[in-house]
Design a binder for this molecule. Sequence first.
Ligand SMILES: Cc1cc2nc3c(=O)[nH]c(=O)nc-3n(C[C@H](O)[C@H](O)[C@H](O)COP(=O)(O)OP(=O)(O)OC[C@H]3O[C@@H](n4cnc5c(N)ncnc54)[C@H](O)[C@@H]3O)c2cc1C
Length: 460
Amino acid sequence: MDKRFPLADQIEMLGSMIRGSVIAPSHPDYDALRLVALAQFDRRPAAIVRVRTAADVATALNFAQATDLPVAVRAGGHSTGGFSAADGALVIDVRELNSIEIDTDAQTVWAGAGCTAAEVTLAVEKRNLIVGFGDSGSVGIAGLTLGGGIGYLVRKHGLTIDSLLAVEIVTATGEILVADDSNHADLFWAVRGGGGNFGIVTRFKYRLHPLPAFTGGPLVLPPTPEVIAGFAALADAAPEELSAIAMIMPLPPVPMIPAEAHGKLAFVAMMAFAGAPEDAQKALAPFRALTTPLADLVGPGPFSTMYMFDPPAEMRSMVSMRSRFTKVFGADEARALVDAANKCTAPMMMAQIRVLGGAHSRIGTGDTAFAHRGSRFMVSFLAMYGGGPDVIAEQERWVGDGVAAAAPVSEGTYVNFLGDGEARGLAAAYPEATLARLRQVKRRYDPQNLFKLNTNVTPA
Ligand SMILES: Cc1cc2nc3c(=O)[nH]c(=O)nc-3n(C[C@H](O)[C@H](O)[C@H](O)COP(=O)(O)OP(=O)(O)OC[C@H]3O[C@@H](n4cnc5c(N)ncnc54)[C@H](O)[C@@H]3O)c2cc1C
């Protein structure tokens, strides 16, 4: 690029060099396209490049380096640190890389980095196949996979990265590589948990798992410490077909919930059983026997019904979030979870436990850049709200205090749940040995740290 031209002209020129499009601040779609899922991140990038091919990504990266524009990468836009938009940055938006190519015989799928979890799930479940993502259909597969991916199949099939077979990735120099176990194995190790530090992934190849039958949905229980501790012990000992994400939260005003319970706190356990219906009933019976449920909406259905409870996009709010991995979740921790939930002042909150173990724990700590394989639970606090800096500070404090009380013996933090500028984020997300190895891979593939708008691993 000829730096004598004004930046706006150079940005316009970029549009003529790619198959996709460039959205500058003057474009009518700019305001809609710059928005990300979390309302507190209201950023104004220099331009948004909507790439359509891996070659477009390479061109955009060369352009960013020639013009000294910082690079932000955006897929589903759900970054909890607000990394997928930045003031004055060149946002490389992969949402139009949304192809889904299923090989039913080989039981694999190549999915474009712009796909959401719901899009891939709906496409593969029609063939009785599945790959696990998270609890929310609108989250992008890209950010989720690059951080690990903890969802409703975690005990049966592990993290999302445990089903990842390969990535197509554009490196800082614009090289388009396929990384897998045999090619660029160091890079393939790093992208399985190391985030967007090493290049821009354009496609992910996943192993698909047969899913002939599925039973799932919310089991709504009273939010007492006894019920919650009992639930955690049962879920930890349950067959691996059963995974659960369970949380204290205010009940929404929906017809399936008795009217007198609307708005009150309850323990909503999202149960997911990947297996035969009769086995599901057997595995669910002890949970149903814990106490009289306030509502029992667990039933057979396609896996994608688990996404039915996603809040609609127009309910976009500010979100504060913290997590901790732990081996211990017993009576004291359950009591702390309940106490903290009762102190929340946000209109919507979740004090959540995810039960790990199973396939997640059979992968070695050093086998992927996600290293928290020995942990049995992830405890997370989320507050959803609106307001100014005082409100943000109050909710940030609540999520931080809550997670510290309910998971006092912490084994680290989930990189995909790190908040904006969270202190010690990187050190808590990766053990020392993992971080040292990530920094070596970074030096090899991105020595100038072009990809730094993320939970940043600096080159060794
Ligand atoms: C409501 C909500 C629910 C969630 N539920 C879960 C859950 O159940 N399980 C779970 O594991 N996580 C969950 N998450 C966390 C989620 O996985 C992360 O926020 C993830 O980063 C979002 O990915 P995205 O593509 O939507 O976001 P984006 O904001 O688009 O991307 C996040 C970051 O990932 C990197 N990135 C994105 N695309 C690429 C690419 N193509 N190449 C290289 N780097 C890229 C960039 O650094 C980017 O800033 C949830 C988050 C939210 C807000």
